[in-house]
Design a protein around this ligand. Structure first.
Ligand code: MET
Ligand code: ZN
Length: 715
C-alpha cells in the first residue's frame, strides 16, 4: 500500500468563496441558465479548490467532496437508491432534493450536531441497489487532467444505512462498495476515504458487529485502494478497537472533540484531526503537537477534525474585522496553512492570547411564581378567548426590504429612511393580522435579516462577517456571527419596534427575542471557554431585554429556542448535563419577568418528542411547536404537558395554502390530545419565507377553523 500523504483535509467548502454555486444553482432552477452552465461553475469551483490546496502545500487532496446539493444524496445516487417515483422526473436528483410540481422532496434533517442539513435516503426492503460510480470517477479523472492525484471521499456503508434507518440492508449495499473499490483501483486510485461519523455516537453491539463485518469484507477485497475510515464530531469510543481489528489501513480520529486513542495502533495509519473543522479559531501548535506526539501508530497524518465544509473560506475576505480579532481567526484557507506547517516544520507561530472575559457568576435566581398563580394573573389581564390564535413572529420578508438593507449597507439609503420602511412593514403586518382577526399579534420582524445575526449585531462581544458564508442546505448559506469577547447589551435592541407595533393596535403584540442557546448554537463561539458559561452570559443579555420589554408595556414576550435540540450531545451520557444547563440558561433569561407577563417559547423540529422533559423544564407559559409538517405525530407525546401549548396547524415550509377543513381536522385532533383551555392555534414556524398572498389565505383558514371549533366547544 502506498503511504498516506503527510497532511490532508477531510473535506472542503464547496459553495464558492462568493457563493458562486448558490447563484449558479438558483439561476438553473429558475430556468435562467442551462445545465451546461451549472456544470461549468461546478468544474471551476473544483479546480479552484484543488489548485489552492496544492498551492498551500497540502499533500493529500480529497475529491468527490463537491456536491450540487448534498453529499448524502450523492451517496444515495451512487448506490442506485433513487425511489421509483423520482425516476421519470426531468431531473431526478433535484426532484429528490427539492420536489417538483406534483412530487414532494425527500425528507431533510440536520447532519449530526451541525447546522448542515442532509437529504435522508429513503430505503426500503425492496430498494434495489446498483452502483453508479460516474461522479467519483469523473472527479478523479478531472483532477488528474489538472495534474492532481486525489482521494475520493464517500459516505461509508454503516453511516449511510444508519441515517436511512436500514442497517439490515448492509449485505446488499456492500456489494456496491466492493464494486466501487475495484473500479477505483482499476483507475489507479491509491486511497479512498469512507466517512463513518455515526460511529462517534452510542452504538449497540449489533451495530458494532455490522462495522466489523463491513470492514472485514471490504478490507478482504483482492484489488482495492487503501481504505481510510474517517470518524468525526467526537470520540470513537468502543468503535475504535472494532475498526482497528479490521484490515482497514487508516483510521481518522477527531482529536479536538475526542481524546488521543489510548490503544497502540501500530500497523495502522492514524489520520489525526488536530485542526478543528467546527470553529474559526487558530490552532494552538502546542496543543496540536502534543496530541500528534501522543498517538501510537505506524504513521500519523496531520488533518482536520472533520470536513472544513462547516467553516467559511478565507479570513482575508474580511477586511472590516478588527485586526486584533482577525489575528485570532482561521477559516478554511488558514486552517490548511496550519496543517501544512504542523506536518512540515512541526511548528507554527502561536496565535495571540484570547482576551480575558468576566464570566457570569451564579445569579440569585428569582424564580417565577408557580404556573397556576401566573396563569391566573395573566388570564385576568390578557382576557384571551378559548383557543387563542397567534403566529410565530416573522411575516413575509419582501424583496424591497432586502434591497433596502443592501442600500443602507451601500450608503445609498439613509438609516432614517430605512427605519421608516421598517415601520411601514410593521404597520402592514399589524393591519393584516387585525383584518384576519388573530388574537395575539406580532410585529413581523421586518428589521431582522436573521434571528441570530440581528442580535449579534446589537450585542457586545460578537462580530459579524461580510463573506463568512457556510452552507446550510442546497444553495442556502448562513453567516454565523463570531462570539469573541465579553457579551453585553449596551442598549435595548427590540424595544422601539415592539413599542411602535403596540401603538398601532389594542390587541396584545408579542415582544420577540431569540433565546441564549439558539444564539450560541448558530454562532462560532470561543473555544477556550466552557459553552455553558458563554450561554449564561448571553442569557443575561437577553434577560435585560426581557425586562426592558416588560417595562415598556409588553404583556407577552416570546423567547425562541429552535436550536435547543441541535446542541444535544451525540453520546447519551453527556445529554443530561447539557439539558440541565441549557434549561437553566433559558430560565435565567426569562425568570426576571413578572407573573402577569406571559412568556412564550417556540421550537421547530419534528423530533421534539425526544427532549420533551427539557422543553417542559423551560417553564414557559406557552410553547408553540412544529406539528403540521410531521403529521401531528407530536400530539401523542404532549398529553402530560401542563401549560399552554400550540402545536402548529399550518405547515409553513410549503407554499401550499391549507384548506379550512384541513386545519379544522388538525385542531380537532389537538383538542382531543390536550385540554382545550391549554391549546393555542398557530402555524408551525415563522412566515418569513412565504408571500403575503399565501399567508393571508392560510391564516384566514386558520381563523375560520378556530372559530368553528371554539363555538362547538363553548356550545
Ligand atoms: C426557526 S424559528 C423562527 C422563529 C422566529 N420568531 C420567526 O418567526 O421567524
Ligand atoms: Zn421555528
Amino acid at each position: 500500500m502506498p503511504s498516506f500523504p503527510k497532511s490532508t483535509v477531510l473535506g472542503y467548502p464547496r459553495i464558492g468563496p462568493r457563493r458562486e454555486l448558490k447563484r449558479a444553482l438558483e439561476s438553473y432552477w429558475d430556468g435562467r441558465s442551462s445545465r451546461a452552465e451549472l456544470d461549468r461553475t461546478g468544474a471551476e469551483l473544483r479546480e479552484r479548490t484543488w489548485r489552492r490546496l496544492a498551492e498551500l502545500g497540502l499533500e493529500g487532496l480529497p475529491s468527490n467532496t463537491f456536491s450540487l446539493y448534498d453529499h448524502v444524496l450523492d451517496t444515495a445516487v451512487l448506490l442506485g437508491a433513487v425511489p421509483a417515483r423520482y425516476r421519470d422526473a426531468d431531473d431526478p436528483y433535484f426532484a429528490m432534493a427539492r420536489g417538483t410540481e406534483g412530487l414532494a422532496p425527500l425528507r431533510m434533517t440536520k447532519w449530526f450536531d451541525t447546522n448542515y442539513h442532509y437529504i435522508v435516503p429513503e430505503i426500503g426492503p425492496d430498494t434495489a441497489f446498483k452502483l453508479d460510480a460516474a461522479k467519483p470517477l469523473a472527479e478523479v479523472r478531472e483532477a488528474r487532467a489538472l495534474g492532481f492525484e486525489t482521494r475520493p471521499v464517500v459516505v461509508g456503508p454503516v453511516t449511510f444505512l444508519l441515517l436511512a434507518g436500514a442497517l439490515d440492508r448492509l449485505d446488499d449495499v456492500l456489494g456496491c462498495y466492493e464494486e466501487l473499490l475495484s473500479l477505483l483501483a482499476a483507475e489507479g486510485v491509491a486511497w479512498v476515504q469512507l466517512d463513518e461519523p455515526a460511529l462517534v455516537a452510542d452504538r449497540t453491539g449489533d451495530e458494532l458487529a455490522a462495522v466489523r463485518s463491513a470492514y472485514e469484507r471490504l478490507g478482504g477485497l483482492g484489488r482495492r485502494p487503501g481504505l481510510f475510515v474517517a470518524s468525526y464530531f467526537g470520540d470513537l469510543g468502543e468503535a475504535l478497537p472494532v475498526l482497528a481489528g479490521t484490515p482497514v489501513e487508516a483510521i481518522g480520529v477527531d482529536l479536538v472533540r475526542g481524546g488521543v486513542p489510548g490503544a497502540d495502533l501500530t500497523g495502522k495509519t492514524v489520520v489525526a484531526g488536530v485542526v478543528s473543522g467546527r470553529d474559526v479559531w487558530r490552532t494552538s501548535p502546542e496543543r496540536a503537537l502534543a496530541a500528534l506526539g501522543a498517538v501510537r501508530a505506524s504513521e500519523v497524518v496531520v488533518s482536520t477534525s472533520c470536513s472544513l465544509l462547516h467553516v467559511p473560506y478565507d479570513v482575508a475576505a474580511e477586511p472590516a474585522l478588527e485586526p486584533s480579532l482577525r489575528d485570532r481567526l482561521a477559516f478554511a484557507e488558514q486552517k490548511v496553512a496550519e496543517l501544512v506547517a504542523l506536518s512540515r516544520a512541526g511548528f507554527h507561530e502561536s496565535p495571540a492570547a484570547d482576551p480575558s472575559v468576566a464570566l457570569p457568576g451564579p445569579v440569585a435566581q428569582e424564580e417565577r411564581s408557580p404556573y397556576a398563580v401566573r396563569a391566573a394573573a395573566q388570564a385576568g389581564h390578557l382576557r384571551l378567548p378559548l383557543l387563542p390564535t397567534t403566529t410565530i413572529g416573522s411575516f413575509p420578508q419582501t424583496g424591497e426590504l432586502r434591497a433596502a438593507r443592501a442600500a443602507v449597507a451601500a450608503g445609498t439609503l439613509s438609516q432614517a429612511d430605512y427605519e421608516r420602511r421598517v415601520e411601514g412593514e410593521i404597520e402592514r403586518a399589524i393591519r393584516v393580522q387585525e383584518r384576519l382577526g388573530l388574537d395575539v399579534l406580532v410585529h413581523g420582524e421586518p428589521e431582522r435579516n436573521d434571528m441570530v445575526q440581528y442580535f449579534a449585531e446589537h450585542l457586545d462581544g460578537f462580530a459579524v462577517t461580510a463573506n463568512g458564508w457556510v452552507q446550510s442546505y442546497g444553495s442556502r448559506c448562513t453567516r454565523p456571527p463570531i462570539l469573541h469577547g465579553d457579551v453585553g447589551r449596551p442598549e435595548p435592541i427590540t424595544v422601539r419596534w415592539a413599542t411602535y407595533a403596540q401603538s398601532l393596535t389594542d390587541k396584545p403584540v408579542k415582544g420577540m427575542l431569540t433565546g441564549p442557546v439558539t444564539i450560541v448554537a448558530w454562532s462560532f463561539v470561543r473555544d477556550d471557554l466552557p459553552l455553558r458559561d458563554v450561554v449564561f452570559q448571553v442569557a443575561d443579555a437577553i434577560r435585560e431585554e426581557v425586562r426592558d420589554l416588560e417595562a415598556a408595556g409588553a404583556s407577552i414576550i416570546q423567547v425562541d429556542e429552535p436550536a435547543l435540540r441541535e446542541l444535544l450531545p451525540l453520546r447519551r451520557g453527556a445529554q443530561g448535563d447539557y439539558l440541565e444547563w441549557a434549561v437553566a440558561a433559558y430560565r435565567r433569561a426569562t425568570s426576571g419577568a413578572g407573573d402577569r407577563t406571559q412568556i412564550h417559547t417556540h421550537l421547530c423540529y419534528s423530533d421534539a418528542g425526544e427532549i420533551l422533559t427539557a422543553i417542559d423544564g423551560l417553564d414557559a407559559d406557552v410553547t408553540t411547536i412544529e406539528s403540521a409538517r410531521s403529521g401531528a405525530r407530536i400530539l401523542g407525546a404532549v398529553g402530560a404537558f401542563e401549560r399552554g401549548l400550540g402545536p402548529g396547524v399550518y405547515d409553513i415550509h410549503s407554499p401550499r395554502v391549507p384548506g379550512a377543513e384541513e386545519v379544522e381536522d388538525l385542531l380537532r385532533r389537538t383538542v382531543r390530545a390536550l385540554p382545550a383551555e391549554r391549546v393555542w392555534v398557530n402555524p408551525d414556524c415563522g412566515l418569513k419565507t412565504r408571500t403575503y398572498e399565501q399567508v393571508e389565505a392560510s391564516l384566514a383558514n386558520v381563523v375560520a377553523a378556530t372559530r368553528k371549533v371554539r363555538a362547538e366547544l363553548q356550545a
